[in-house]
Design a binder for this molecule. Structure first.
Ligand code: ZN
Ligand code: ZN
Length: 176
């Protein structure tokens, strides 16, 4: 659970390769087929730092004269989601890669930045416990345990503050 904390989706090439290796291993272990479309769909998602929708993915997989239908991409996404290789961000109807293996029924918290569109995946034992209590009290059986929080990431808040300082001083220095 510790390695799960605060690892964003600002994928390095290494974690991308790691994700593909994990997908291959998992398919072998479970006797599932890692078809070329499933593989390429995962590659496209892993190469992106923002959540991608099925239509964006279909477009990236299509070549002139060889269109990949969104419905095929949706099937590949179902497979990848069921096997814990990607997550669906419900509020965006878009997908992000998952770089860790989750425990059964483990909750996930997504921090979604409205300014830059980045998504940070994290989990919290305290939120888990609180959620368990709340669900038990309500007698509610959850189909998923994913919490999505929209707002501004640390980097974007920093940019905003610097922009504020700049405009109050003498203008026209563009050090990013
Ligand atoms: Zn995950
Ligand atoms: Zn941001």
């Amino acid at each position: 659970m510790d390695e799960h904390a605060r690892t964003g989706h600002g994928c390095s090439g290494e974690s991308r390769a790691g994700l593909l290796a994990r997908a291959e291993r998992l398919c072998r272990e479970r006797g599932l087929q890692f078809t070329p479309l499933r593989q390429r769909t995962l590659e496209v998602i892993a190469a992106e730092t923002r959540p991608l929708g099925a239509y964006d993915i279909a477009e990236r997989l299509s070549a002139p004269g060889r269109r990949v239908a969104a419905v095929s991409v949706y099937r590949a996404l179902d497979f990848l989601t069921e096997n814990g290789l990607v997550h669906r961000i419900a509020s965006r109807n878009a997908f992000v890669p998952c770089e860790h293996s989750h425990h059964e029924g483990e909750g996930v918290v997504f921090l979604i930045c409205r300014a830059c569109g980045s998504v940070d995946e994290t989990s919290s034992a305290e939120i888990e416990r609180g959620l368990d209590r709340t669900l038990a009290q309500a007698g509610f059986r959850p189909a998923s345990r994913i919490v999505e929080i929209e707002g501004e990431c640390g980097a974007c808040q920093g940019r905003e503050e610097r922009a504020g300082e700049k405009s109050s001083g003498t203008a026209s220095r563009s050090d990013a």
